[in-house]
Design a protein around this ligand. Structure first.
Ligand code: T4K
Length: 369
């Protein structure tokens, strides 16, 4: 890739010398996976940082979704959003359940609580909302509906590392919440992920499930899988945790620059901070109204690309349009008018801790006319 290319994100990397020191410790100990010392340390450190009682580390952000559905014995239909990364819906499918898509709210790009009740049938057992771009869903209303109908709620919080509402982590909400620590996320462990759990018994069960179902040397209590995080990634994660606040603040400053330059550009919509919310600025989506802006989203996207500015159209196309899902009745565009429109308007601008003022100027010059 040309060195002048600006990518949508860039991974937060630990200091190499510090990482090499930890690698030496791993080599010396010869303990490289299966609940090693760094794995234990990272679970504890993340519980403190994220203000949650229990965390189980995983190899990526997809397996915690699969495992949460297994652990809660979800069957039948799961209500979810089509406006997400495809892993959200795939996890439902891989559990032999049927995804039921409902529309999103324009204000957050999260599932619209007004649409949930109409989608509930006798087969519905759970709701899987996504804190899209790290913007908190309407958790109070979602929980009220779940309580009324006796449904479980599993939050795909892949984008919501460190996000809080009125000082409380969004990860505390629902029955479980999942995180992704992929290279492209605010906080990464190379690949990695986690499941946030509210009680010690469930944490124990999740730890069995991610280790083939083993509950001791000779006893298998469930059809588990292997999704344990290894020591190398856990060590890397411990180092990245020390610098994640600084990275989030740098992202915040990028958002401030973008907002002030785009505020008066006709036809370009973006999100402002929500009151009482600690945001993580994981993405900076802009939504292009072609008529007002005088150019379509795709025209702008390709113009940026030609100039080496690689925004991304997250989340276009909608999951509901992919071959596996498009035959479902809930996948019809008529059922998903807001998601369909928003997916055709969005470009996520480059957003990461290492963007320079020059980079930001280059990006903005292409958008502000
Ligand atoms: N739920 C939600 C809501 C999610 O968004 C995701 C993942 C998941 C669940 C599942 O979590 P994981 O199992 O992935 O942990 C990326 C990521 O692969 C994916 O993790 C993420 N969501 C999704 C939204 O985006 P791509 O295909 O767009 O990534 P890629 O490889 O095109 O990278 C984008 C840019 O990032 C590159 O142009 C440059 C930069 N980059 C990327 C990598 C991998 C680097 O600079 N270094 C790197 O190592 O999917």
């Amino acid at each position: 890739m040309d060195k002048n290319t600006i990518t949508v994100t860039s991974p937060l990397l630990p200091e190499r010398a510090e990482f090499e020191q930890m690698l030496k410790e791993i080599w010396d100990s010869k303990w490289i996976t299966n609940n090693g010392q760094f794995h234990k340390q990272l679970e504890k450190a993340l519980c403190e940082y994220l203000k949650v009682p229990y965390i189980s580390l995983f190899t990526n952000g997809t397996l915690p979704l699969l495992t949460a559905l297994q652990a809660l014995r979800i069957t039948g239909e799961v209500i979810t959003t089509p406006y997400s990364f495809v892993a959200t819906t795939h996890s439902i499918w891989w559990n032999g359940c049927k995804p039921v898509f409902v529309d999103i709210e324009e204000a957050t790009c999260g599932i619209d609580p007004d649409c949930i009740e109409a989608a509930i049938t006798p087969h519905t057992t759970a709701i899987m909302p996504v804190h899209c771009y790290g913007k908190p869903c309407d958790m109070e209303r979602i929980q009220a509906i779940a309580d009324k109908y006796g449904l479980k709620v599993i939050y795909d919080a892949a984008h919501a590392f460190g996000v809080e509402v009125n000082g409380k982590s969004v990860l505390e909400q629902g029955d479980m919440a999942t995180l992704s620590f992929h290279a492209t996320k605010v906080y990464n462990t190379l690949e990695g992920g986690a499941l946030v759990i509210h009680d010690a018994e469930t944490k124990k069960r999740i730890d069995y499930l991610k280790n083939f179902g083993f509950a001791g040397e000779t006893e298998v209590v469930a059809p588990g899988i292997n999704s344990k995080m290894d020591e190398v990634r856990a060590a890397y994660g411990l180092l990245n945790l020390k610098q994640v606040d600084e990275a989030i603040e740098k992202r915040h400053q990028v958002a401030v620059r973008y907002r002030s330059a785009l505020r008066n550009v006709k036809g370009v919509r973006f999100f402002d901070d929500m009151p009482g919310v600690r945001h993580n600025y994981s993405y900076f989506p802009v939504f292009i109204n072609a008529e007002e802006y005088g150019m379509t989203r795709d025209e702008l996207y390709f113009k940026m690309k030609e100039q080496g500015v690689l925004g991304r159209r997250y989340f276009y196309p909608l999951i509901s349009t992919f071959s596996t899902y498009r035959g479902l009745p809930s996948a019809s565009p008529e059922n998903l008018p807001v998601a369909t429109r928003v997916a055709n308007e969005v470009i996520c601008l480059p957003m990461h801790h290492a963007l320079s003022d020059e980079d930001i100027n280059r990006i903005l010059e292409l958008i502000v006319k």
